[in-house]
Design a protein around this ligand. Structure first.
Ligand code: FES
Length: 652
């Protein structure tokens, strides 16, 4: 036909349309992803496009400079009030005049990609649970009796091809004033539904609503609860905040909380109430930071370990404290926020990722979603180090998972001078191979302890202890300097040549900082500290080795350290201790808070929820407690780096 040819980039979709067809209409007919909230009425400006004039040899078309209609009054008005970026047009106003190539910029796509910080990680494609639609509703008519809601739903079906929608009572109560105030024009937020929830209108605003709606990605850890507030249209993180988990007052670690629940008849309920209350505190905090109303938060995704999972849901965690560690459910959950006492939008939804096993929680599932070992060609080992290490090993063939009881030593607990990562904690250590004397860095300062200005830099905090990454570094440095031997004994000053070694009861200790009145207490590494780290790293390593046995391999291609703590471990020191299997150092990377990223992916893309549910069903779960070879690996792995496995790093 002689109708003009319209080609959209970057999709490459094309078709012929009669002169005068609006670009938005052409895009819709071709299935091009071009956004619109107002349905082409020139109000929302989400439909912006960039016409490309000139020669397009790739497409074989020459485009005349007047291939789109002139600016119309709507575009003029929009441009004067808001300003259109140079070269941009409103897709719903510009009409096709002759052959044309039209670029849809990323921000005008509904399913746009949210770029993640790390280059190797997958991008997030926007496909949120809840979207905004602007619609014009027929006025009530004596001759055609129907409710306002029915006419609204009808208009949404006609204009937006939405399914039959329901509405909660909260919406019904605001519906009539909103319709009349907006003169029969309203914006609605529609939750598009999932397996357990039918599509529905959850909020209504008179006229065109300029603002955004939000979702929360929450990483519910046993120590801290961290939340990221995301704009559900752009995917952007608009605020991040965290609080200490208020359950800490019932027990530092998971097992002490499980036993608190066992010892006290109301213990489990108290812990549930505490975590939910903490959650609401976090919501207030994060909404304040973003300067938004909490009720604009319509969706929340949670990731957590199994004990946190149960206690948050109000399920007694008793069964998780003993073999065979049965979960109440391992499936994902789609719930109403009000049922969890969460103060968000009254119709807000909550999605909790599936748990992998009784020891391997929704947080590990989130790591699997974020790092996607099952999509990797390389054999990837992903370790999320916390009180328990959660370990995934896999590639396209299959993915295995286990958890390993590392205990809290990696978080600085049960270490004589250990503490949580906080200003004042020693986080990096170097020991001079000749003098065998240490120097260190403290959280909150960039200076080494032997640099000028160090004392002034730490005047505020002093030096308070050693955090998890600091203890790993100091033990590894002691090993490299010959202060501690492979079996884990600290030598005396004579044996090691280090003036900082001193007899301490029946064993020796190493002095890291001798303490002053102003700067803080004496900080030493005792032989028992070394022992604790040996046990923890042996548990981690044996878990990884067990998965390698089950996979039938004796090496991995890549190691990814996940978790807030993983972000601070230096790969070299981890390898010197034999925490992780031997791979070239440049193959060890940190994924930062991968569980939090996984939560964000599931928040912004509901298809990713189906994806991780399927992935988790396919993951092979390995229980370390019943595997005899785990014990064998454990015994060998307590030596540094290992009694039997070769480690290249110590040879170079
Ligand atoms: Fe809303 Fe064009 S679709 S301004």
């Amino acid at each position: 036909s002689s109708d003009p040819l319209v080609i959209f980039t970057p999709s490459g979709k094309r078709g012929r349309f009669p002169v005068g067809t609006p670009v938005l209409t052409a895009a819709r007919q071709l299935g091009v992803d071009l956004d619109s909230v107002c349905g082409g009425r020139g109000i929302c400006s989400k439909c912006q496009i960039t016409p490309s004039y000139g020669e397009f040899s790739k497409h074989g078309v020459t485009v005349a400079p007047d291939a789109l209609s002139e600016w119309n009054s709507v575009e003029e008005r929009y441009d004067t009030i808001r300003g259109l970026k140079k070269g941009r047009r409103l897709g719903c106003q510009a009409t096709v005049q002759s052959d044309i190539v039209i670029d849809v910029p990323a921000e005008s796509q509904v399913h746009k990609q949210v770029v993640r910080k790390r280059a190797e990680a997958r991008d997030i494609v926007m496909n949120p649970s809840t979207r905004l639609y602007y619609v014009e509703v027929a006025e009530p008519d004596m001759h055609d009796p129907s409710g306002d809601l029915e006419r609204l739903v009808d208009a949404l079906r006609r204009e937006w091809e939405l399914p039959q929608l329901e509405a909660d009572l909260g919406v019904l109560r605001t519906l009539q004033p909103a319709l009349r105030k907006g003169e029969w024009k309203v914006t609605v937020a529609v939750h598009l539904g999932d397996d357990s929830y039918s599509p529905r209108i959850i909020n209504i605003w008179p006229g065109y609503y300029e603002g955004a709606i939000y979702g929360l990605a929450i990483d519910l850890g046993s120590t801290t609860i961290a939340g990221h507030l995301c704009d559900l249209r752009t995917g952007e993180v608009v605020a991040s905040s965290g609080i200490m988990n208020p359950q800490i007052r019932f027990g530092e670690d998971l097992m002490s909380r499980v036993s608190y629940g066992m010892m006290n008849p109301t213990g489990s309920d108290e812990m549930t109430a505490a975590v939910r209350e903490g959650m609401n505190t976090l919501f207030v905090q994060i909404a304040q930071e973003a300067d938004i109303d909490r009720t604009l938060i319509v969706d929340a995704v949670f990731v957590c370990n199994p004990v946190m999972h149960h206690l948050f849901l109000g399920i007694d965690a008793y069964e998780l404290g003993q073999a065979p560690f049965a979960l109440a459910t391992s499936d994902s959950l789609s719930l109403r926020a009000v049922d969890l006492d969460l103060k968000l939008h009254p119709a807000a939804r909550v999605y909790i990722l599936p748990c992998i096993a009784g020891h391997v929680g929704a947080d590990a599932a989130a790591v699997a979603l974020s790092e996607a070992p099952g999509k990797s060609e390389d054999l990837m080992l992903v370790v999320d180090v916390g009180t328990n290490a959660e370990i995934l090993l896999g590639n396209r063939q299959k993915v295995l998972a286990c958890s390993s009881p590392t205990g809290p030593a990696f978080e600085g607990a049960q270490i004589s001078s250990g503490q949580r990562a906080a200003p004042g904690a020693i986080e990096h250590v170097e020991i001079d191979p000749i003098t065998k004397l240490p120097r260190f860095k403290v959280i909150g300062s960039d200076l080494w302890s032997d640099e000028a200005g160090f004392d002034a830099a730490i005047a505020q905090t002093g030096i308070t202890g050693i955090c998890g990454s600091g203890i790993i570094e100091v033990v590894a440095e002691m090993r490299m300097a010959g202060i501690v031997d492979a079996p884990g004994l600290i030598g005396s000053a004579e044996q090691t040549g280090s003036p900082n070694c001193f007899a301490d009861g029946r064993t020796n200790s190493y002095l890291l900082f001798d303490g002053t009145e102003n700067d803080g207490p004496k900080i030493t590494v005792t032989n028992n500290d070394v022992r604790q780290i040996q046990m923890a790293k042996a548990a981690l390593y044996s878990g990884a080795r067990l998965l390698m046995d089950k996979f039938g391999v004796d090496h991995v291609d890549r190691v990814i350290l996940a978790g807030a703590f993983g972000a601070h471990i230096s790969p070299k020191h981890a390898m010197v201790l034999g925490m992780i299997p031997d791979v070239p150092l440049d193959k060890v990377t940190s994924a930062g808070n991968a569980a939090g990223t996984g939560a964000r992916i599931a928040l912004l893309n509901t298809d990713a929820r189906r994806e991780i549910e399927e992935t988790v069903r396919q993951i092979h779960k390995i229980e370390t407690a019943i595997e005899p070879c785990f014990q064998e690996h454990f015994v060998n792995a307590s030596a540094m780096p290992n009694a039997v496995d070769p480690f290249e790093i110590l040879r170079s």
